[in-house]
Design a protein around this ligand. Structure first.
Ligand code: FAD
Length: 381
């Protein structure tokens, strides 16, 4: 990394008298910055990221506007009380409603095409278990959703073109959005509020000295601010080794456009470890980290070839059987996960808050997490 001194002009214009510095410009960091400026327009808020674009999950995810498939909720019940599971569903659902209201469906590319869970022949016991709890969940969620959330949707199977799938369950209140459009919308909003968004700056250390937060960067700069928010999600352990979270890499592919593609909506498989959807006439498919948990517990953006082979097999045998579809692009993204399916929002210093570990739910909860973290910071200001 090129190390050099900031000029007087650079320091004075960009880095002098910062009220809040936010590290990480994903959904959480951007939402926190926007909330801070809306509460206190005269604050100087600077948002920095190590990448020219964010390099974590927010620009690299699948764009499911989701709040839980039935098997995911059943799995959640193994780790949390029913009350906590329903509370998290409410947070996710309400987070999505607020995002849509605030920025408009057109701006974020939202489509209310539903979220399906697929079951293959070997998943018969899981399907039976899902059916056995479906009515109870529908009853509990009716006050929130206003109708039955989950319905059987086997009749729609032929229209999807899926092969080797025995059953479909539909979550009627889920949708999908355009990940890039959402992030551009948030960025435009931040810029319109005069938030300074800078890419290409990696934070290597943070300390608190004389009531100020001091950030050290890979260019050898020291930047001071009154308050700091760490919104580094799956990378949080670099600066906060004490936090209980791990990175979880995901592999993602997108195909070339497929003339006459029938499939529309978001699809969850294997308790949510595999997900696919249409993006216009293309298929996006990702996940599969349960095929190699230890290999995918990394912050490296490298490919995992066995996991990619597994996903490609699903693409060719289940999603687009007997079609010679070309894969246009592969990429990876990094989530932050932990023992509890809950984000960490807490003070990690007298003048620093962390808002990290958003799991696979950041589209739904990222805005709320950023705002709660900003409020916590303001309470310390
Ligand atoms: C492949 C994939 C698919 C997903 N699909 C969905 C989905 O369909 N629906 C859904 O709700 N959620 C999904 N998620 C999860 C969702 O994307 C995340 O929960 C959400 O984006 C987290 O946002 P964030 O801002 O907290 O973190 P991130 O977007 O990860 O942002 C953290 C930022 O911190 C920066 N950073 C890290 N360390 C430093 C440092 N030392 N110095 C400077 N900058 C640093 C990184 O570059 C990064 O940009 C998916 C995630 C992945 C990886």
């Amino acid at each position: 990394m090129l190390r050099y001194q900031l000029s007087h002009w650079e320091w004075e214009s960009f880095f002098k008298d910062i009220d809040v510095i936010i590290v990480g410009s994903g959904i959480t960091g951007l939402s926190a910055a926007i909330h801070l400026k809306e509460q206190s327009p005269r604050m100087k808020v600077v948002l920095i990221d190590r990448g020219p674009l964010p390099i974590g999950a927010s620009t690299r995810n699948a764009g499911f506007a989701c709040f839980g498939s039935l098997s995911e909720l059943i799995d959640d019940l193994n780790h949390s009380s029913r009350e906590d599971v329903l509370e998290l569903v409410a947070q996710r659902f309400e987070g999505l409603c607020r995002l849509r209201e605030r920025y408009s469906d057109a701006a974020i590319g939202y489509q209310a095409w539903g979220g399906y869970e697929i079951f293959r022949e070997e998943d018969a016991p899981l399907y039976a278990q899902c059916l056995s709890v479906m009515e109870d969940f529908n009853k509990d969620l009716r006050p929130l959703i206003g109708k039955d959330t989950f319905v059987q949707a086997d009749a729609q199977l032929p229209a999807t073109g899926l092969q080797k799938v025995s059953h479909l369950l539909l979550n009627q209140a889920e949708g999908q959005l355009h990940t890039g459009q959402l992030m551009q919308t948030l960025l435009r909003k931040a810029q319109s509020l005069d938030i300074l968004c800078l890419g290409g700056i990696t934070v290597t250390a943070r300390e608190e000295i004389n009531g100020q937060v001091v950030i050290r960067t890979d260019h050898g700069w020291s930047i001071q601010a009154k308050l700091c928010l760490l919104a580094t999600n799956g990378f949080a352990k670099t600066l906060l080794p004490e936090l209980d979270l791990q990175p979880a890499r995901n592999q993602v592919l997108i195909t070339d456009p497929i003339p006459g593609l029938k499939l529309k909506g978001c699809f969850h498989y294997d308790c949510g470890y595999v997900y696919f959807r249409n993006v216009g006439q293309r298929i996006l498919l990702g996940g599969g980290r349960n095929q190699d948990f230890s290999g995918e517990e990394t912050t490296s953006l490298d490919p995992n070839l066995p996991v990619r082979a597994y996903l490609e097999q699903l693409l060719r045998q289940v999603i687009l059987p007997e079609q010679a579809t070309k894969i246009d692009r592969w990429w990876t993204g990094i989530m932050g996960v932990g023992p509890a399916k809950k984000p960490i929002i807490r003070e990690v210093g007298a003048h620093t808050v962390a808002a990290v570990r958003l799991g696979g739910m950041g589209v739904a909860i990222g805005t709320g997490v950023g705002e709660r973290a900003a409020d916590l910071l303001l309470g310390r200001g």
